[in-house]
Design a protein around this ligand. Structure first.
Ligand code: ZN
Length: 201
């Protein structure tokens, strides 16, 4: 039995699972064959696509967060490199062929009703195609930092997009070396700190 009150069954033998204390946690375990259900985080992959200092955002057509804006992104398949997943989702949702050039951030999220996960975010370089709509999007648009809409999707998107905005605004304000504003670096610049804090919870 799960802690949601729903009885789950063993994937191997079909017996109803029972809670057992294993590794200091209550885990759903099969009393017949010993199989243990280990829930794991979902893995998402998203792409930062920039053009002339603006960021491409898509308006979601479906729940969760219908009507809100997010990056081109989706779940990573179990046999897929996350960078390729980001490229695949970007092509599906925008019509743009984009190459993931580097990993820029990773966000844990626990606000998605479909389950908790980690979103890996890549910087992207457009190598072909032109933006089109998709059934998953109501609209697409490039936003300058001060145009970023308040209605952002959860699942990490809100914090990632806000982090991008903060970095761009700091760069525009001058006095910052772009090299120390890379999200992965571990310096203690105030702007960089605010950007990385966007992804810690
Ligand atoms: Zn079993």
């Amino acid at each position: 039995m799960s802690n949601l009150g729903i009885t789950h069954h063993c994937l191997l033998c079909g017996s109803p699972l029972e809670l057992q204390l294993l590794d200091q946690r209550q885990r759903e375990t099969c009393p017949t064959c010993g199989w243990v259900y280990y829930p794991q985080l979902k893995v998402g992959a998203g792409m930062l696509v920039e053009q002339d200092g603006k960021l491409l955002l898509l308006q979601r057509s479906h729940d969760p967060w219908a009507g809100r804006w997010n990056l081109p992104a989706g779940y990573v398949e179990a046999d897929e490199n996350p960078a390729r997943a980001a490229e695949r989702e970007t092509l599906e949702e925008t019509g743009l062929t984009v190459r993931a050039t580097r990993l820029v951030n990773a966000c844990f999220f626990d606000d998605d009703p479909r389950g908790n996960g980690v979103m890996l975010v890549y910087a992207g370089e457009v190598v072909g195609g032109s933006p089109i709509g998709s059934p998953e999007t109501l609209a697409w648009r490039y936003f300058s930092p001060d145009e970023i809409p308040a209605e952002l999707a959860g699942g990490g998107d809100d914090r990632i997009i806000t982090g991008w905005k903060n970095i761009q605004l700091a760069l525009a304000g001058g006095g910052h070396d772009k090299a120390i504003l890379q999200w992965k670096d571990s310096g203690d610049g105030a702007v960089e700190k605010s950007a990385s804090e966007q992804c810690s919870k």
